[in-house]
Design a protein around this ligand. Structure first.
Ligand SMILES: *[C@@H]1O[C@H](CO)[C@@H](O)[C@H](O)[C@H]1NC(C)=O
Ligand SMILES: *[C@@H]1O[C@H](CO)[C@@H](O)[C@H](O)[C@H]1NC(C)=O
Length: 986
């Protein structure tokens, strides 16, 4: 939930002071004035001006040159010194550069500043912060994949450049030009990614502040920022000093103890028309240009985690989380960059239509997408991925930053949330009603009002008299409770949590290095500093069952407001000159902050009880690269409107391709009151979000699914049941994400990179590799939709088995009255379901499976998989899981271990033992061949009940009719799910 009435009124007050604001503000939702535009953010403005200057001059020569004699190459690493010329006299500063070639085929370019490495600078205002450029991002984001490629070698070198061959079969090349410094990354002889091709590299080096005499002013008046109207005698090219030393915004002055220190770099994707990624933003999956022009944005995409009240759609404005990973795609080729920086970052995007560069031979597209990356501080640290497939990108990125944690199985069921369930009786009542109406759900959530006066780790004693009784009722049907815990700790006497926080000195400090105090939900608050290992240790102690009384094994946690949201701070967050553990300024690590808090909570849940090792479930609002290792995210405070429903699809797709696929939007919309149609459509869409939660604002009407009324409640229930029956397929997709870094719901370019027409399609998605293709309806009164078909395969309607008659690159109109989700099955797949309707995932644990087989177009094979484990512990890491590969080839359907393990030799723990009784009960073959007509029995060989090894099962064949595919249903198959089996349709 969000900044709210409190900050709204605070903003209103500020607005009131400004008459202009009064006239402008009512037209828009988001309080634009709360957030900076590029021109209000000094370093962004300076770097854009630098770019304008450089791009205007045909004679522009970037002032960065590698000193040829400084280069060395060893063990997959090129090192050199870049000299930056800083004035007309030719003075230079030294910037050490390292180009690392990693075994994964990823290259990494890191540039630092020698003077700051050595601590040879002076800080202003007697500041106690670190002198180095911040290198903390790596510590939090990177978990592997950095082993150097010892096979990388210098293929050519002279006084002007060095070329290194690297990557798989040495197909990649990095051409490092010395003067000016630039790097051209090539694959198979063609340029794909170029760094500093346009000469926008800008590393603002440290310099002392020289106070110039200001004759027009009397002493004292200059205090607090360079006067805007002040004319500088000589302004270095593209440099505007007015924001170097102090900046004011929203009543706050940033003291900038280190002065200007931003980094900027242009990165060109040669021959690519589409770039994707860098969440979190609203707007299309294929990112827009940002330098104006029709249909384009005027502002760069911004990454500065913030609590954006009533965010707007189709905007490059920042939101709650930041993943600075961008991919470029064209037909049959994908490349990417990961800009590892935890500070505020802006990215400009422009596209060069038509080939400006006559030397760009061999590129299929004439468009080049130019990007300009601008961060406020830190190292220049960029990873370059040369693909060539989308899968290569997500896999390599996953190796670096980690992959999705295997979730608790319940976490992919349905979550029922509201700000707020007012009492334990209220929770118990909702729980009973969901059962009464036979609506499945797994988790009920408590927002901030459950606490005693917004003091986390406490309960409102009047309203929640018996939290354990509540927890036990939920547990009776295997359900869970999630309670919110935020990073702001109420500053109040006699609250032991804040006393400990203070006495142990574990809170974030202000610029004077005293404890920082700001406003959030509880009023005056302090913020736990989870960059501090001691703070993590302390945080763990708070979640012990003995400490957080009223919680039990089925209590899990939601971390909100961790951007961090500070109601009275600049841009609703902390001042940038606040100080964190290790002496880093908040400026340096702002975008990582939310992840460190999420991480601390994860670690705390992992250690609630000695000997109890269960996968934590923690939802976060704020995130950074690496947050996927910890839990799920949601897209924050959306609105109950059709356009917000529509916007959720590209947002979730963007999360998926950016390594953090466990994502969802608040179903129904947070603010406002959705009508029945919107609720139905939103549940239908939500059934295809990896994270599926209904949530509502405190001022909205109650809207638990049973309250909508018939026929809508029935429609919502059907959508929920569909989700539950497909849980085995979802869980399998999560496992793939965990293993490979792959998205859980996948856009067309990911599954069909060869299909140019589908590259930018972002309103439909595949579920894992099941071949299930969904296009949720996101418009009112719409009774049909056109689904884009990205290949030449046959597609069947999920519900009717109707054959979709269209061809590759065309759209197929699918009817979709309010009770129907447009859902297709691509031919050539086998996906698992559990069809028995149950109240929760826990109750489905030992249910038998259904396999759905969709025959491909022309006599090919159908293939699929199932992954399952106990859904709770880490035993799967020790082989306690079932992973099957199913293949239908001609008349034979088989199941064998996906990884060709000798499953008989695995010592079965309790879960695996129990699974011996779980079978494949039913098999549905859609598009069954005509030759099966009249067949009554099939032969099964494998392991059945009572140890039999060969038996028959009944099959019913339904012939094709009226555009519908033939299908066969095998019943009572009875083959153990974890064992090998064959079924013969001969
Ligand atoms: C949380 O942070 C600690 C300290 O950096 C780290 O050791 C741990 O691996 C992190 N946990 C996760 C799940 O990333
Ligand atoms: C299934 O068929 C394959 C190949 O025809 C055979 O090798 C395997 O042993 C069979 N498995 C069972 C359980 O019958």
């Amino acid at each position: 939930m969000h900044v709210s009435r409190l900050s709204r009124s605070w903003t209103a007050y500020v607005c009131f002071l400004s008459l202009v604001c009064l006239f402008i503000a009512p037209a828009v939702t988001v309080k634009h004035n709360d957030f900076k535009t590029c021109s209000q953010s000094g370093f962004c403005k300076r770097n854009r001006a630098y770019a304008d200057h450089a791009l205007e001059l045909s004679s522009w020569e970037a002032p960065y040159k590698i000193l040829p004699d400084s280069t060395s190459f060893k063990d997959g690493q090129l090192q050199a010194i870049i000299l930056k010329t800083i004035n007309e006299q030719g003075d230079t500063v030294r910037l050490p550069v390292t180009v690392s070639f990693l075994q994964s085929g990823v290259a990494r370019v890191t540039v630092d500043e020698e003077k700051r490495q050595k601590g040879d600078i002076e800080l202003r205002h007697n500041s106690q912060v670190r002198k180095e450029r911040c290198n903390e991002a790596e510590k939090w984001a990177i978990v592997g994949g950095t082993a150097l490629d010892k096979g990388a070698e210098v293929a050519f070198s002279d006084k002007t450049q060095t070329t290194v061959k690297y990557g798989p079969d040495a197909k990649f090349e990095a051409v490092v030009h010395f003067a000016p410094f630039s790097v051209d990354f090539r694959r198979d002889g063609n340029s794909h990614v170029k760094l500093n091709d346009h000469g926008l590299l800008n590393m603002e080096h440290w310099r002392p502040k020289i106070d110039k005499p200001e004759p027009e002013k009397k002493e004292g008046e200059a205090d607090g920022g360079e006067a805007e109207g002040e004319k500088k005698e000589e302004e270095p090219k593209g440099e505007d000093e007015s924001t170097w030393w102090e900046e004011k915004f929203g009543g706050n002055t940033d003291s900038k103890p280190r002065g200007p220190e931003s980094i900027g770099l242009d990165i060109s994707f040669v021959g690519y028309d589409h770039v994707f990624g860098i969440p979190e933003h609203t707007g299309p999956l294929s990112l827009k240009e940002t330098r104006g022009g029709e249909g384009n944005y005027e502002e760069p995409y911004r990454l500065y985690n913030a609590d954006v009240f009533e965010y707007i759609l189709d905007s490059p404005m920042t939101l709650y989380g930041a993943i600075p990973f961008m991919q470029a795609h064209k037909k049959d080729s994908s490349v990417g960059v990961f800009w590892l920086n935890g500070a505020e970052t802006w990215v400009d995007i422009t596209k060069d239509k038509g080939s400006k560069n006559p030397l760009a031979i061999g590129t299929s597209s004439k468009t080049t997408t130019n990007t300009h990356w601008i961060s406020e501080s830190g190292l220049l640290d960029v990873f370059v991925f040369l693909g060539p497939t989308p899968q290569d990108l997500t896999k390599s990125y996953g190796e670096l930053t980690g992959t999705t944690a295997m979730p608790q199985e319940f976490a992919i069921g349905y979550h029922q949330c509201r700000w707020n369930y007012v009492s334990d009786d209220d929770v118990k009542d909702v729980d009973r009603k969901m059962d009464k109406f036979k609506i499945p759900y797994d988790v009920i959530w408590l927002d901030i009002e459950y606490t005693d006066g917004k003091k986390y780790f406490t309960w409102d004693g009047n309203m929640f008299k018996d939290p354990i009784g509540m927890g036990k009722q939920l547990d009776a049907s295997g359900r869970k409770l999630v309670t919110i815990i935020d990073p702001h700790i109420k500053n109040e006497n006699d609250y032991s949590v804040v006393s400990q926080l203070k006495s142990k000195d574990l809170a974030v400090h202000n610029k004077d290095n005293d404890i920082y105090e700001g406003w959030c939900w509880p009023g005056s608050s302090h913020w736990v500093d989870c960059f501090n290992p001691e703070a993590i240790k302390w945080w763990k102690s708070l979640f012990q069952y003995s400490a957080f009384q009223g919680t039990m094994e089925n209590t899990w946690v939601w971390n909100d407001m961790n951007e961090p949201s500070v109601f009275n701070g600049p841009e609703v967050t902390m001042p940038k000159d606040n100080i964190h553990h290790g002496g880093w300024e908040h400026r340096d690590i702002h975008n990582i902050n939310g992840m460190t808090f999420h991480n601390a909570t994860y670690e705390a849940l992992l250690s609630r009880k000695k000997g109890e090792l269960r996968r934590p479930f923690v939802l976060t609002r704020s995130f950074f690269s690496g947050s996927q290792r910890i839990g799920a995210m949601w897209t924050g405070d959306n609105q109950a409107s059709w356009d917000h429903l529509g916007a959720s699809i590209p947002m979730i797709l963007a999360q998926g391709i950016s390594g953090f696929p466990f994502a969802g939007a608040d179903v129904g919309g947070f603010f406002g009151n959705p009508d029945a149609d919107l609720q139905v459509r939103w549940y239908q869409a939500g059934a295809f979000y990896p994270f599926f939660r209904g949530h509502a604002h405190i001022d909205s009407r109650r809207r638990e699914p049973y309250l909508i009324g018939e026929p809508y409640t029935g429609m919502v229930t059907s959508a929920l049941r569909l989700r539950y029956s497909l849980l085995p397929s979802w869980y399998t997709a999560f496992y793939q994400a965990h293993k490979e870094g792959s998205p859980i719901v996948r856009p067309m370019f990911y599954t069909n990179p060869e299909d140019e027409g589908g590259l930018a399609v972002d309103d439909q998605m595949f579920v894992g590799n099941t071949g299930l293709l969904v296009k949720p309806i996101v418009e009112q009164d719409k009774e049909s939709t056109d689904i884009y078909i990205p290949d030449s395969e046959v597609y069947y309607d999920y519900f009717t088995y109707e054959i979709i008659s269209t061809s590759k690159g065309k759209k197929s109109t699918v009817s979709a009255p309010l009770d129907k989700i447009p859902l297709l099955m691509q031919g050539g797949h086998i996906f698992p379901r559990r069809d028995r309707p149950r109240r929760s995932t826990a109750l489905m644990k030992w249910d038998d499976y259904t396999l759905v087989v969709t025959l491909p177009k022309a006599g090919g094979k159908a293939e699929g998989e199932l992954y399952t484990d106990d859904g709770d512990s880490f035993d799967f890491e020790k082989g306690q899981y079932i992973h099957r590969k199913f293949v239908l080839d001609g008349n034979k359907l088989s199941s064998k271990d996906f990884e060709a393990r000798d499953t008989k030799s695995i010592k079965a723990g309790e879960w695996l033992k129990n699974m011996k009784k779980v079978t494949v009960d039913k098999i549905i073959v859609v598009g069954a061949p005509a030759s099966w007509a009249g067949k009554e029995e099939v032969t099964v060989t494998g392991t059945g009940a009572d140890g039999k090894t060969s038996w028959t099962a009944q099959v019913d064949y339904t012939a094709a009719a009226k555009g519908k595919a033939a299908f066969a249903v095998v019943r009572r198959v009875g083959a153990a799910i974890g064992e090998d089996w064959n079924i013969s349709f001969d």
